[in-house]
Ligand binder design. Structure first.
Ligand SMILES: Nc1ncnc2c1ncn2[C@@H]1O[C@H](COP(=O)(O)OP(=O)(O)OP(=O)(O)O)[C@@H](O)[C@H]1O
Length: 244
């Protein structure tokens, strides 16, 4: 079958993203293959696996930055409607822009790139910054923020964007513990409000404590389902490899 990306009909009840034998890669070479399953609407899934396992590659496929080389990918929403937080190392932190202007980028779908921010939207930005513990930081330059504050501000931008599906690539790497606590609470609020959350994570304890579902990737799909089941089967697999 020809690889494909299509919309998901509303008739497919309760599913936001459906993958069928999905294969993705670079320059004609597969980096990830054989991924099949569904992200239910309102699900909260940790994407786990070893370095180079294809976790970021999957997110790039979901975002439309990579086209499927095999299989199919169906998403209920247009790509522009997905919220995405790239790995922090890919982000330019010295850009001369204020915290308010940075967070207002989450409103581009409403304002347009050069559109003025209304008073109501300024209020939304203020609430978003208060939610992540950065109240009053609107006029400051983004370069003045610490690493944890910078990540809080990026979450505030997602907060104002208010997307139905949120993709996060290692959102807590290099972030201080107090900031992680604040941002995990925000993730739980999004989950409680029915948003679909997918996060690439390396911290097993965090995955077990906060993410009901997990998808394990190592070049291919090792498991997808309830987090306890997926982590148990990964541990069993690792044990069998050690004994072999
Ligand atoms: N732009 C690229 N061009 C070519 N190969 C790439 C590119 N990006 C990633 N790869 C390769 O694809 C494979 C999967 O990489 P990916 O970044 O998706 O893994 P990951 O699970 O996110 O790893 P990590 O946990 O280290 O971030 C790796 O072999 C990697 O070298």
């Amino acid at each position: 079958m020809t690889p494909s990306v299509t919309g998901l009909p509303a008739a497919v009840h309760g599913v936001d993203i459906e993958l069928s034998n999905l294969g993705l890669g670079y320059s004609g070479k597969l980096a990830l293959r054989g991924v099949s399953g569904q992200f239910a609407a309102g699900s909260m899934t940790a994407i786990v696996g070893p370095n180079g396992g294809g976790k970021s590659t999957l997110l790039k496929g979901l975002l439309g930055q990579l086209a499927p080389m095999q299989g199919s990918l169906r998403c209920r929403y247009p790509r522009a409607a997905l919220g995405y937080l790239a790995q922090a190392c890919e982000v330019e932190r010295d850009f001369p822009i204020s915290v308010e202007d940075f967070v207002s980028m989450g409103l581009w779908a409403q304002t347009g790139a050069l559109g003025a921010v209304s008073d109501a939207q300024r209020g939304q930005i203020s609430t978003a910054l208060a939610t992540v513990g950065l109240q009053g930081w609107q006029p400051r330059w983004i370069a003045e923020l610490s690493g944890g504050q910078f990540q809080r501000m990026r979450f505030a931008r997602l907060w104002v964007q208010n997307p139905p599906v949120i993709l996060l690539d290692e959102p807590f790497t290099g972030v201080d513990e107090p900031s992680i606590d604040v941002l995990l609470q925000l993730l739980q609020q999004w989950h409680a409000r029915g948003r679909t959350v997918l996060a690439v994570l390396h911290d097993r304890e965090m995955v077990e404590a906060f993410f009901p579902e997990a998808l394990a990737l190592a070049g291919t799909q090792l498991g997808w389902g309830a987090t306890a089941d997926v982590l148990t089967s990964l541990a069993a697999r690792a044990g069998a490899r050690r004994r072999a």
